[in-house]
Design a protein around this ligand. Sequence first.
Ligand SMILES: C[S@@+](CC[C@H](N)C(=O)[O-])C[C@H]1O[C@@H](n2cnc3c(N)ncnc32)[C@H](O)[C@@H]1O
Length: 389
Amino acid sequence: MSLHLVATCALGLEAIVSRELANLGISDARAENGQVHFQGGPEELCRANMWLRAADRVWLRLGEFPAATFEELFQGTKALPWAEVLPREACFPVDAHVHASLLTSLPAVQRTVKKAVVECLQQRYQTGWLEETGPTFPIRAFLVRDRCALMLDTSGSGLHRRGYHTMNAPAPLRETLAAALVLLSYWRAERPLVDPFCGSGTIPIEAAMIALQRAPGLQRAFAAENWPLVGSKAWQEARREADEAFDRHTTLQILGSDVDPEVLALARVHLRQSGLEGRGIRFQRQDIADFREDREYGVLVTNPPYGERMLERRQAEELYATLGRVVAGLPTWSVYVLSSHPDFARHFRQPVSRRRKLYNGMIPCTLHQVLGPPPPREKRGVDGNHENR
Ligand SMILES: C[S@@+](CC[C@H](N)C(=O)[O-])C[C@H]1O[C@@H](n2cnc3c(N)ncnc32)[C@H](O)[C@@H]1O
């Protein structure tokens, strides 16, 4: 069975999601505007949900057609093979996303799609009434430039919900973006990793999960777990594989620090809930101005205040200058700083080797990268990459 699957992600993370899929053995991925398309069967659907760290959701795409009128939308939807996926008792809420199209009313688009799916299933199952008491198949219509793609959400709640992050500090970083920052740094378990503005601990915990091969989906449920098309065997196999891959021995050198004791309390709760306590992840109270580090060849990944939501801009700029002085004292380290401040580099005053545009929710940001020298005798990464020096 070959299914058209789509992993959606924040703009700018398509290459990371494609790399994650390649590491799962899925090499035919095609990326475009926050979507990564790939083919696979139930096994790939389950493994993608279980393992993708930077993607928001995994969708099963049923088809796409022109939809400049409600009649086209209705007929195009009805013609898709809904009964191949939805059983007679399926519950199927419909949601819509509309952009640059003649049809603009979300409720009208949702109603039309719902009506078309109902008619399709009623004809196929020879019934005048659908109970909708069975498993849920969330449908989303993506109507963009008068073309409608219809997708089923196989994930349910967003993939950033790993299960450990239950309490929000101000301006937390999404787990998916935190994981992407660590993946972009090519950090590996043998090196120290530090986040000196760690807040509720998302970057340190995501880094630990990556290093210990702890699948992000191991502690959670997915919408497609009850879908007959996917079957329970593929899910059991994906969970067994994830459980076996988890490294239960390695001790890491990860430090998260922050000036605010309240957010550090949340970080410790999250660490406990992640099940990674005692694996070399520490949280400590420290102002960036007092930051000291004697170890060499570490990786600093951080998301300081932007001066938009948390502090006044001037205060954020002073923090960037202080961070710059800290980084100047770490000549063997590689540094990755995510900020939306347009003049970050001017205040930071360190030579930024590379910049990458990313989105933190709706906020356009830049990941500033200062690449340090390669650690002595460092071997090549498993995937052959050696970007982080
Ligand atoms: C954007 S938040 C980081 C959010 C974090 N990534 C998370 O997922 O929760 C920035 C953090 O910087 C901290 N901070 C502000 N001023 C600081 C300073 N002088 N030294 C250290 N941390 C500071 C704040 O307490 C806040 O937790």
